[in-house]
Design a protein around this ligand. Structure first.
Ligand SMILES: *Cc1c(COP(=O)(O)O)cnc(C)c1O
Length: 381
């Protein structure tokens, strides 16, 4: 027997009280019982998004939410701007191109962040653009983009701001209405603490206005049609009933803890993780605006094949973390610290990392990283 631990930035662990819900007999969705449940889910989602707008629940992974944003806001031939700071930032241009929409990319080095001045200079060079699409937290590098500033640049230029908040919403403060974010998207398997399968998307009044004239083809992800149904506590198509039952419980947990306390917990866990890896002599990739969702750590030069770190952690010790993707493959590994996560998930991950580094020939004083994590956690209490 090997006990296993899931410490990846999606899917994140599911609380035991929620996973037991998935074993219940199925409910039917065209019933008063489902409608009551969904009404409470709608209210809970507005709380997490910090918005008065309707937060639509879609049956798809997070990318479906990004796809829906593009196809519901723009028309073929339209131009948009995207901020490409990694694997997820690169996705905007791929989605846009599928709909015949032209995407101008601001390229950001892996682990770096973008400055508002860079964005506004770029906007000035692309006067026909209709929106700025970006990631609040670029999960592939562990770097945040300055959402409030980007939204401000967009608003001043009369562009829509489209925010992939998939490892940001419910992780750190991202008040949609207060900051004027036009579109915000997240997915179920991240801070919502339930399995993959749902995406959530909310649109501002300005974004709904753009939707009225947007001509990109769409059928399943027709947000206006969804909104009409969801306002009546129904969905246009068969909803993910079991996932929504789990979500109902997850939202209750988030509301009981309080959103600000959730953010504080994530920040403390992120700080503890960063302290631990630094105590082990390792370097963090994203130093400028590190995400409180995930910490990317550079593979030390003593370890030739960086892919061995996550592989050894998983295969020898049962701890699943994430490696680097695309151009960062083998160069970094990523420790997640959000969702259903506490300090002992951090110390589990770090102690496993210590053993793994030792196995791979990197000098480690056992307990050094764990000790630093605990000390940081206590200091930030
Ligand atoms: C996880 C994630 C997505 C969505 O990925 P799916 O596999 O479609 O759920 C998109 N953007 C970011 C920043 C993510 O972390």
């Amino acid at each position: 027997m090997k006990k296993t631990y899931l410490l990846t930035p999606g899917p994140t662990p599911v609380p035991e009280t929620i996973s037991s819900i998935f074993a219940r007999p199925l409910i039917h969705h065209r019933t008063p019982g489902f409608q009551k449940l969904f009404e409470e889910v709608r209210a809970g989602l507005k709380y997490v998004f910090q918005t008065k707008q309707e937060v639509l629940t879609l049956l798809c992974s997070g990318t479906g939410g990004m796809d829906a944003a593009v196809s519901n806001l723009f028309s073929p031939g339209d131009e948009i701007i995207s901020i490409n700071g990694g694997k997820f930032g690169a996705r905007w241009a791929k989605i846009a191109s599928a709909y015949g929409i032209i995407c101008h990319e601001i390229k950001v080095a892996p682990g770096a962040s973008v400055e508002a001045s860079e964005v506004s200079d770029f906007v000035a060079k692309h006067p026909s653009a209709k929106a700025i699409c970006f990631q609040a937290s670029e999960t592939s590098t562990g770097s945040c983009m300055p959402t409030e500033e980007i939204v401000e640049v967009a608003r001043r230029a009369n562009l829509l701001s489209v925010c992939d908040a998939i490892t940001a919403c419910g992780v750190f403060d991202l008040p949609m209405d207060e900051w004027g974010i036009d579109v915000m998207i997240t997915g179920s398997q991240k801070a919502m603490m339930i399995p993959p399968g749902l995406a959530f998307i909310a649109l501002s009044d300005r974004a709904w206005k753009a939707n009225e004239t947007a001509k990109a083809p769409r059928f399943y992800f027709d947000l206006a049609r969804e909104k009409k149904s969801q306002l009546k506590n129904q969905t246009a198509w068969t909803p993910g009933t079991s996932l929504i039952q789990g979500l109902h419980e997850a939202l209750k947990m988030i509301q009981e803890e309080g959103l600000q306390n959730v953010f504080k917990r994530h920040e403390r866990l992120a700080q503890a993780t960063r302290a631990a890896v630094q105590a082990l002599g390792l370097e963090i990739l994203a130093t400028k605006r590190p995400s409180s969702a995930v910490t990317s750590v550079k593979v030390p030069s003593q370890i030739a094949d960086g892919k061995l770190i996550p592989r050894t952690m998983r295969d020898s010790y049962g701890v699943t973390i994430a490696g680097g993707q695309d151009e960062l493959e083998g160069k970094i590994f990523r420790l997640s610290h959000f969702g259903y996560c506490g300090i002992f998930d951090i110390t589990t991950g770090i102690s496993c990392l210590e053993m793994t580094l030792h196995d791979l020939g990197y000098p480690v004083q056992f307990g050094k990283g764990v000790g630093a994590a605990l000390a940081s956690y206590k200091k930030t209490s």
